[in-house]
Ligand binder design. Structure first.
Ligand code: K7E
Ligand code: CUA
Length: 680
């Protein structure tokens, strides 16, 4: 390892050139300014760097590629990442906000599950959010999050909202990116689970999802599997988003009935095909398993046909059909029956290679790229041809009467990439990237032109470790992707990391996709949560978050979930305990380093409501509140009010305390909750 640092790192070479150009007398700040780096980044004595760096390089046996990768991903303390990536956490029901290129996890955002640090699911306000996602009246404590979707304006991420679907229970969560807080859950009342979402239309008019496994529509309704073809159905759902209110409006949302096929991932049209949505449809065999009953296992039964079908929905027409009063009510959801959808010409299908997984519209909307897990090609449909086939009429239909367009009529071309193609993202150089699950690789290929099959070409493949599912480029599913980084979300990580027992981390790999640089992995980010599936990445400067909750003179106490003043928020001086028979109401404030009041005495059996307001207005002045034995863990951000209600059911002495090390006297930030025996 005798390579000089100047050969190893472009950054170092640049800095030297700058020094040379301005003469030896240049001051460090001047050098820093010319090199485009902040002053604190060059506080080390320049002369010391090469030998020190060289010794690290030889000690760790780093290659030149390792060193440049390290510099590419290193963020000095206080320096901001270029991008924020919002990744699903998988079963934990959360979202992680991860900086790129540093791959540091800055925030978890609880969405579908209680999370004690954020206090989500412990206050009355956030419990009510979890209750919005209850199934048959039961609040769920897990959530299988798959696909985060950033809100869009004119086909680009606008940084305002994030949606994420939850496969196990057919739910969508709405996160406000002004405070990274989950504001709403919606539950599809017609099916227990779903998968084909969520993704948004180009101006976030709708958030889309679809079933994965057909069922009898209407949770609680029953039919035996022998009536699968007659009684089971699939669904495409369009949730209406009200951007002003920042909430999904259940009453203006609607579902479209489909044959009992499984839907996999979908994508909203944009550009040329704006107004349409596309879902891959698998298991057109309508297999439902039954290994013990003498049927083939589901995965075999569902792979009999050579072709499955892509579903195409004209959502603008569907919206009109609903506006015209042609939808019916089904379990409180507006519902377009299949025969109406067909008669109105808002649903079509196109054959596609079997067992499809991902469908991804190109940035201009001219092509729809589908990947079949059992076909080594990506199949590219031309929107122009699909539209022409729809306009031509005279369709074949499937057994449910849904029009099926001709495969050859809609096909632009196919590109052979390798084994197990799943998901595709785009960059700004005209490349597409497709994950290859079975090959454990990412393929880079060119998005070509209509009518020119030679212009669609595999360029190169990069091995990833291992079994890649989704990939994520900045704006990679928008009209304007940007082309510096791609993240591969890999399912397996054997031989990458130290032993942690048989449950291994997931592995997110950062990949350099600049055109003039080697196509290669820069960084491995093990994630001790799984399984993340998908992520979306946005330039950091598009996020505009608040630092403390709103406060006015004489007014404090914000409810972040209601986006409004909390009716029981109080400023300092109005703290009190009100007792009305067996009901005790506490109005408490918190600030460094005490709770007021700090002694609360109630009688065994009393119902206690505490409204707690953090009256700080300093950034990061968060206080926690835990009360042992009552399952209470709150996080009170500056300016926030939260409520907890519980029954003081057991006599005793219960200290409460602050869980954030907020000041030098944080340990003393505590109080006593005393429960007098009822017979005392
Ligand atoms: Cu998008 Cu994992 Cu839900 Cu593919 S799915 S990996
Ligand atoms: Cu407040 Cu510690």
């Amino acid at each position: 390892m005798s390579k000089d640092i100047q050969e190893l790192t472009g950054q170092q070479v640049n800095r030297r050139k700058v020094v040379g150009g301005i003469g030896a007398a240049a001051t460090l700040p001047a050098v820093a300014a010319m090199a485009g780096v902040k002053q604190h980044a060059v506080s080390a004595r320049q002369d010391d760097l090469p030998s020190e760096v060289n010794s690290i390089i030889s000690e760790r046996e780093l290659t030149p590629e390792d060193v440049t990768a390290a510099l590419e991903t290193f963020m000095p303390s206080g320096r901001m990442d270029d991008y924020m990536m919002f990744s699903s956490s998988g079963h934990a029901g959360m979202v992680f906000a991860i900086g790129v290129p540093s791959m540091r996890n800055y925030r978890s955002i609880a969405v579908f599950t209680p999370e004690p640090w954020q206090g989500f699911g412990f206050s009355d306000e956030s419990k009510a959010v979890l209750e919005q996602g209850a199934i048959n009246g039961k609040v769920m404590h897990h959530g299988d999050t798959h696909h985060p979707a950033l809100s869009e304006t004119d086909g680009d991420y606008d940084g305002q909202y994030l949606f994420i679907n939850e496969k196990a229970h057919g739910r969508i969560g709405v996160v406000d990116l002004s405070d990274f807080q989950t504001k709403q859950l919606v539950k599809n009342p017609l099916l227990v689970s779903e998968h084909g979402g969520c993704f948004v239309t180009p101006n976030t008019e709708y958030v889309l999802e679809a079933d994965q496994y057909p069922g009898v529509l209407g949770i609680g309704n029953y039919a035996p599997l022998s009536e699968f073809e007659d009684k089971y159905r699939g669904l495409c759902v369009l949730w209406k988003f009200d951007r002003e209110r920042g909430r999904i409006v259940h009453e203006e949302s609607f579902a479209i009935e489909t044959p009992p096929y499984g839907h996999d991932l979908g994508d909203a049209g944009k550009g040329a095909c704006d107004g349409y949505a596309f879902w891959n449809t698998f298991n057109t065999e309508m297999a439902y398993g039954g290994i013990k009953e003498g049927n083939p296992p589901l995965e075999i039964g569902a792979s009999q046909h050579d072709m499955d079908l892509m579903t195409i929905v004209d959502w603008k027409k569907a919206e009109q059909v609903v506006a015209d009063g042609k939808a019916i009510d089904n379990m409180g959801m507006k519902f377009i029956p299949m025969d109406v959808a067909v008669a109105e010409g808002l649903m079509y299908m196109v054959p596609e290679p079997k067992s499809p997984h991902g469908v991804d519209v190109t940035p201009d909307g001219n092509f729809i790229v589908v990947s079949g897990k059992l076909d080594p090609h990506v199949t590219i449909f031309s929107w122009e041809k699909i539209k022409a086939a729809i306009d031509a009429g005279g369709y074949e239909t499937d057994q449910f009467g849904v029009p099926v367009l001709g495969y050859e009529d809609c096909l632009e071309t196919q590109v052979e990439l390798g084994l197990g193609p799943l998901h595709t993202q785009y960059d700004d150089k005209g490349y597409a990237y497709t994950s290859l699950f079975l090959d454990s690789a990412v393929a880079r290929w060119t998005v070509g032109e209509a009518g020119n099959p030679d212009s669609w070409k595999l360029v190169e493949k990069l091995p990833v470790q291992y079994n890649v599912g989704h990939i994520c480029a900045a704006g990679g599913d928008t009209k304007n992707p940007s082309g510096r980084y791609l993240v591969a979300l890999n399912k397996w990580s054997l031989d990458r990391f130290p032993p942690v027992g048989p449950l291994l981390p997931q592995n997110l790999q950062l990949i350099d996709i600049r055109e003039d640089k080697p196509f290669r992995a820069l960084y491995d980010m093990p994630m001790g949560y799984g399984e993340p599936h998908y992520a979306q990445m946005i330039p950091m400067d598009r996020l505009e978050t608040i630092e403390v909750y709103p406060q006015e003179k004489d007014r404090v106490g914000w409810d972040p979930i209601a986006d409004d003043w909390h009716p029981h928020g109080i400023p300092a001086g109005q703290e009190r305990i009100e007792v009305d028979g067996t009901t005790v109401t506490v109005y408490m404030t918190v600030m460094r380093s005490h709770f007021t009041p700090d002694i609360i005495e109630v009688t065994e059996g009393d119902t206690v409501t505490m409204h707690i307001t953090n009256i700080e207005n300093a950034i990061d002045a968060t206080h926690g509140f835990v009360l042992g034995g009552q399952d209470i863990s709150l996080s009170l951000e500056a300016g926030e009010t939260e409520t907890v209600t519980f029954v003081a059911d057991t006599a005793g002495v219960y200290p409460f305390y602050c869980t954030e090390f907020c000041s030098a006297l944080h340990i003393e930030m505590a109080g006593y909750f005393l429960v007098k025996p009822a017979d005392a």
